[in-house]
Design a protein around this ligand. Structure first.
Ligand SMILES: *[C@@H]1O[C@H](CO)[C@@H](O)[C@H](O)[C@H]1NC(C)=O
Ligand SMILES: *[C@@H]1O[C@H](CO)[C@@H](O)[C@H](O)[C@H]1NC(C)=O
Ligand SMILES: *[C@@H]1O[C@H](CO)[C@@H](O)[C@H](O)[C@H]1NC(C)=O
Length: 786
């Protein structure tokens, strides 16, 4: 496996400085639309910045004794009802008050809230409640109209910053050097931990990735999960970190400090660093579409930054967003360059399966990698697409209102939904798409995964979602093979990896664990091969479905390689061709290549080319490849190939078992024993009973020492009761035990055991079965000839 190291920044920022008449510290700001921002400064001015026209207007000059500290616009969707534009914001001030202010700058209401300054005011996600934090150490909850609901917390030191949890049911706030997460439910458990070595001044909590940011006077910023576990800590900088803010999709965050603006990946490492001459950046706010960032600066500037130089790669294509409306496509094979221009600002893009999908504020562009000149363009109902996911056949877009599957020809195919679906928080870990299916991890109950038919948008099967025993953090559908075999890989909160079939949820082989301590995973795009990072091992599951056929086989089909060089928090970006791209914790990309043979083997197995498969394994001389073949052959009931493959990996018992299956008298019997081989006893029994092979059904339970079931069947069908008793007695004798089972004691009295008679009866059963099978096959061939 070759490892290439390449360090590259996938993002950059372009900064515009804006200074108007305010010369004093700008304390807070907030976006109303993707192109309009309000700012407040200590000289009492509220300004409106329009980025389309470059106009800046004074909205209002507040009274002289009102010094603003924090500003937050009420969400556009309040209690499920959607407004056309943001109408009202909360403004907190040094005099212990907060004010509800309209777009035109009219103060609609002023509320006495705290003793000393009101340091923060934040609306919850559905706009039904406001939280304020004060210098007096109190945290209070208010109704939408500013009525006090409750005092949530009270402490001896000022609360500098608060943030709502993703479901608006908990809040995060600062307490000196500690962070505290407190549920609104009074009796629920409070989480508290020491987070910094200096006062914590800002926190943020992203609803999409559920991660927490903190910034402190110890000149550090940190990333936490919502259990208070530290994921990243920055080194100590020269100045206190004064602001920190998540982009809406949770992919990046911005950090502000003295003359410093930094853009970081969600894992903490820094994409870009700018040193603008601004003084301290006191507040940062992202536009709702995540394309622009504004900063409130100590020297009276408002700075605007937008993210450029974002990159996408697929096969030989490298695409870069060079300007806000321009992309460059480079084919590394021949160095050909195409420039793509868009009418509006690019908001999201995705490159996979031979297609580039780009959304702007108003339209969706679909390019084929075969032709960069003539995109298909269609209008979007709602501007802000927050997520694009591609499969080979189609792609899906997610916006604030829903989830839509489109064909690459631009036709709307389906709009799957479920009650209570929140689209604003979906990301690539919680949504997965294949040619035929869609999986969505629920938010209100993270154990639940909703499954849909991609073409109709209807729930799969009986409509019941898949419920895992624990919260699920990541899901991924495999991409190849028939829809009836579609599988989903699931990583849960414990970092265990499970595999299950979508369309056979109710059968015995439900959910199988195939890995532990899995940080990240990705399916190959042309074969159902999974790769991931397990603890410190780069792992390839060459044939994960082996777990459904023969659990013991699975470990033999897995390739592992030490991946400690991937360092902490590696993330698999994609798996295309034989190349896996992993981003390390420090931001560098590592490419790892995977043996191409197992892909070929998947192809041969899918087209039943068993001779070719055997030849490939003999050529490659790789035991894991033989193990894959054993599993593939067995699951396709290709016994001859399975026998050779099991022999190659030295599984003598299995070879013998397969041999015995081949000698069984009928098709039904061998099918049942293949099912038995994979541990599906109930299905095996059902197969035999359905074919009227009562004796065989009884015999499999005898073989498994399932004595009660064996006897039950014998009694029910009034046959071979003596056979069961005979085997039971032999078993007890062999193990030197006495009969204690009441049912057996009862039958032992009335039935006489005669081994000779039993042998003869069994012979007869087998002969009968053989005869029946032969006539059936003659009948079939006769029918076939006609
Ligand atoms: C606004 O300002 C930017 C940067 O200074 C400039 O590129 C853009 O053309 C201006 N737009 C308008 C409408 O004047
Ligand atoms: C997925 O769809 C594409 C395009 O229709 C097709 O070429 C491909 O074979 C499909 N893949 C599978 C596994 O069905
Ligand atoms: C993954 O898919 C590609 C096709 O995109 C194929 O060429 C490649 O061999 C596969 N990778 C592996 C490791 O099998």
């Amino acid at each position: 496996m070759a490892i290439h190291l390449l360090l590259l920044f996938c993002f950059n920022i372009h900064i515009q400085y804006k200074l108007l008449f305010p010369k004093q510290l700008v304390s807070c700001l907030g976006w109303t639309t993707a192109d309009e921002l309000y700012s407040c400064s200590e000289d009492h001015h509220i300004l409106r910045w329009n980025l389309l026209t470059n106009e800046t207007n004074l909205v209002v000059k507040l009274q002289e004794d009102l010094f603003p500290i924090d500003l937050h616009w009420l969400p556009k969707t309040v209690g499920g009802k959607k407004q056309a534009q943001a109408e009202i914001f909360v403004l907190t001030s040094t005099d212990g008050k907060f004010h509800l202010v309209s777009r035109v700058g009219r103060i609609e209401k002023t509320v006495d809230a705290h003793k000393g300054a009101v340091l923060a005011g934040r609306w919850n996600y559905d706009g039904t409640a406001l939280i304020t934090a004060g210098e007096d150490g109190q945290i209070k909850i208010w109704s939408k109209s500013g009525m006090l609901r409750s005092t949530l917390a009270q402490q001896g030191s000022p609360v500098y910053s608060v943030a709502w949890g993703p479901d608006s049911d908990r809040i995060l706030y600062t307490s000196g050097r500690q962070l505290i997460i407190k549920p609104l439910q009074p009796s629920s458990k409070v989480l508290q931990w020491k987070a910094h070595d200096g006062i914590i001044v800002k926190v943020d909590w992203n609803p999409v990735n559920d991660l927490i940011l903190s910034a402190g006077e110890d000149c550090k910023y940190k990333v936490w999960d919502s259990y208070g576990r530290l994921l990243y800590t920055s080194s100590s900088h020269d100045y206190p970190v004064t602001s920190i803010s998540w982009s809406p999709d949770g992919e990046v965050f911005a950090v502000g400090s003295f003359n410093t603006l930094r853009l970081c990946d969600k894992t903490g490492w820094s994409y870009a660093l700018e040193k603008p001459n601004t003084g301290s950046v006191f507040s940062l706010a992202w536009s709702a579409d995540g394309t622009q960032l504004a900063g409130a600066c100590g020297n009276g500037h408002v700075i605007f930054a937008h993210v450029v130089e974002q990159r996408w790669e697929w096969r030989s294509f490298e695409i870069t967003l060079t300007k806000r409306r321009t992309m460059q496509v480079r084919n590394v094979v021949n160095d050909a360059v195409d420039i793509l221009e868009f009418r509006d600002r690019v908001i999201k893009a995705s490159l996979a399966h031979g297609h580039l999908v780009v959304t702007t504020s108003l339209q969706c562009y679909v390019y084929s990698a075969k032709n960069w000149n003539t995109p298909l363009i269609f209008d979007l109902k709602e501007g802000t697409v927050s997520l694009i996911v591609q499969a080979e056949k189609h792609f899906l877009l997610v916006d604030g209102a829903g989830l839509y599957v489109f064909s690459y020809e631009g036709r709307l195919i389906s709009t799957p939904r479920f009650p209570g679906m929140r689209t604003d928080i979906l990301n690539t870990q919680s949504v997965s798409l294949s040619n035929d299916s869609i999986a969505i991890r629920d938010k209100s109950d993270e154990k639940v995964i909703f499954l849909f038919d991609a073409l109709t948008g209807k729930a799969l099967g009986d409509g019941k979602p898949l419920t895992h025993k624990m919260e699920v953090v990541e899901i991924a559908l495999d991409q190849c093979g028939p829809s009836s075999e579609r599988k989903i890989a699931v990583i849960d909160k414990n970092r265990d990896l499970y595999l299950t079939s979508l369309r056979r949820l109710n059968k015995e082989h439900n959910v199988c664990k195939i890995g532990t301590m899995v940080h990240t995973m990705a399916w190959n795009d042309s074969a159902n091969i999974l790769c991931g990072i397990q603890d410190t091992q780069f792992t390839v599951w060459h044939y994960p479905s082996a777990v459904f056929t023969d659990k013991d086989l699975l470990p033999k089909t897995i390739y592992m390689k030490d991946a400690s060089e991937f360092s902490r928090a590696p993330h698999i970006l994609n798996y295309v061709g034989t190349k896996v791209t992993v981003r390390r914790g420090d931001g560098s990309l590592v490419y790892s290549s995977v043996s191409p043979y197992s892909t070929l083997l998947h192809e041969y197995s899918a087209s039943s080319r068993w001779e070719d498969a055997l030849r490939l394994c003999r050529f490659a001389k790789d035991l894991s490849l033989w193990a894959c073949l054993a599993g593939m052959a067995m699951s396709n009931r290709e016994l001859t190939t399975a026998e050779v493959a099991y022999a190659a990996i030295g599984e003598v018992d299995k070879v013998q078992y397969i041999n015995s299956i081949k000698e069984l008298p009928s098709k039904e019997s061998s099918l049942a024993h293949i099912l038995m081989f994979s541990g599906h006893v109930q299905e095996a029994e059902a197969t035999l009973l359905q074919a009227g092979l009562i004796y065989q059904a009884i015999q499999i339970h005898i073989n498994l020492y399932n004595w009660d079931r064996a006897l039950e069947l014998a009694v029910k069908h009034k046959t071979h009761v003596d056979t069961v008793l005979a085997y039971r007695q032999k078993f007890l004798l062999d193990f030197g035990k006495k009969e204690t089972n009441k049912r057996f004691l009862q039958y032992d009295e009335g039935v006489e055991v005669d081994w000779e008679k039993i042998q003869a009866k069994v012979e007869m059963e087998l002969a009968k079965e053989r005869e029946k099978a032969a006539t059936a096959s003659v009948k079939n061939s006769v029918a076939f000839r006609h």
